[in-house]
Design a protein around this ligand. Structure first.
Ligand code: ZN
Length: 465
């Protein structure tokens, strides 16, 4: 209205007026596009990203390396050396952050006595996972989101518990990321619960992760997602000498152990081999990570882990939870599971000097934003279905409100069957949508969204007859 009044005063020729209006329309549209890219980011999460500090991460890794060795079989009696001292230090860090959380963050060392197993444990040990829990603010919301790294490490010989093993990257980097996420996130509140954990016994056979995952299954924890961080702070490869600190890998399995019998038949009938829960989580980490963190690309790898290797997400995967592994783009095997030494002018050993802290900051932030967006989002929509009563070229979806969380609306996701990522995102405040796209040619899913645009994990529709 203002515009028309202003231009009426000048009494311009209608053709000139038309040009001016077109010009104004361009400016308005341009601003909308610009504004859109800012609105897409929840400002609270944007603020959290800015708090993730390369200096903090560096100080954690420096301290972890200073424990000499963190081998799971190492001393638990020395005050400044070995796995025992290291886990007490992590517990103290968590307790320090707890003070700023109004009692919402609590931390423990969850222990179990582990007997010699004839493999990588040759004496009775007390295995301990350091766990910090940021309780959700909604008492009805039982969802749990987990971020993990492993505190233990190894030399070339995994049974050597005496000599120095720095373990700066494997897995000082993942442990530091977990601690930094806890530091930043514990100052904020989320409706759902977030669990920050540094496990032990990874190098001895994923012992700490099995202990935690088995317990979670037995006690029916409502774990929705596990982000396992292992080897994520070095930016270059051995042998091929690639340098890259702008890409990070997320490994995910295609099908879950639960996908058997009728579920497997349904997956085959509908072509849903690429839509398992871990794969959806990986897709989510890519979308949300790249939305909030600049200068980083999340590269999905379609397998549970690196070729013939394993990690702490696997015990969760085996218990039916959605779990992924986050690992640097290129691994340097001169610095992994190697005694510190010089050989043929090559420095071997997992030393702190090989960490790229800016890269680690971005990779930590990828975790933080994924957890924050998940924990701020409502639960997933219920009873998501796709109508197939008659043959037509539309796709009609309907769903019900989630069991908990405040919903502002829903996103309907769409992608071509060959696309690795969702390509279109439709928004509605209703609980149904009819789209002019054929279900023959696309995959669809529905997410719940909060007032600040935080979306739940997607739900693939079931067939409604
Ligand atoms: Zn590792």
């Amino acid at each position: 209205m203002m515009d028309i009044q202003v231009f009426d005063i000048f009494k311009l020729h209608p053709l000139i007026m038309k040009k001016i209006y077109l010009f104004l329309a361009f400016i308005v549209l341009g601003n909308l596009v610009f504004a859109q890219s800012i609105i897409d980011r929840d400002q609270a999460i944007n603020g959290m990203v800015k708090e993730v500090s390369a200096d903090s991460l560096q100080s954690y890794i420096k301290t972890l390396v200073a424990f000499g060795t963190r081998n799971t079989l190492s001393t638990q009696k020395a005050p400044n050396r070995g796995i025992g001292a290291a886990r007490i230090w992590v517990l103290n860090k968590f307790n320090e952050f707890a003070k700023a959380s109004n009692g919402r963050l609590t931390a423990i060392i969850d222990t179990i006595t582990y007997q010699p197993d004839g493999k990588r444990v040759d004496s009775t040990i007390l295995l301990g996972n350091v766990i910090a829990t940021l309780k959700g603010t909604d008492p009805n919301d039982h969802r749990i989101f987990v971020v993990s790294g492993h505190l233990d490490n190894m030399r070339t010989n995994v049974m050597n518990r005496v000599d120095d093993a720095p373990g700066a990257n494997d897995d000082g980097s993942g442990s530091a990321a977990v601690i930094e996420c806890a530091r930043v996130m514990s100052k904020y509140s989320f409706p759902a619960t977030i669990v920050f954990v540094t496990v032990s016994g990874e190098e001895q056979g994923l012992l700490g992760a099995y202990f935690l995952a088995n317990k979670a299954k037995k006690e029916k924890w409502a774990i929705q997602a596990v982000l396992n961080n292992d080897i994520m702070g070095s930016n270059n490869s051995s042998e091929t000498k690639i340098i890259d600190n702008t890409r990070i890998r997320v490994f995910s399995e295609g099908l879950s152990v639960l996908d058997t019998g009728k579920i497997a038949t349904n997956i085959r009938n509908l072509g849903l081999e690429n839509d398992g829960r871990a794969r959806q989580l990986a897709r989510y980490v890519k979308e949300i990570g790249e939305r909030y963190v600049d200068n980083i690309e999340v590269v999905m790898v379609y397998r549970n882990d690196r070729f013939l290797r394993g990690g702490d997400h696997s015990p969760f995967v085996q218990n039916g939870f959605a779990a992924v592994r986050i690992t640097e783009m290129n691994e340097n095997y001169y610095h992994q599971h190697q005694d510190v030494r010089m050989e043929n002018n090559i420095q071997y050993g997992d030393l702190a000097e090989f960490i790229d802290y800016e890269y680690l900051r971005k990779n930590t932030a990828i975790n933080l934003v994924s957890l924050a967006n998940l924990a701020k989002a409502p639960a997933v929509p219920e009873e998501v279905t796709i109508q197939v009563k008659k043959l037509d070229n539309f796709t009609s979806l309907s769903w019900k409100a989630p069991l908990y969380g405040k919903v502002k609306g829903y996103y309907i996701l769409m992608r071509e069957t060959t696309s690795p990522v969702w390509q279109k995102k439709f928004y509605t405040t209703a609980t149904e949508m009819k789209l002019p796209y054929s279900k023959d040619n696309y995959f669809f899913a529905v997410q719940s969204a909060s007032e600040t645009g935080n979306e739940s994990l997607p739900v693939i529709p079931a067939v409604a007859r």
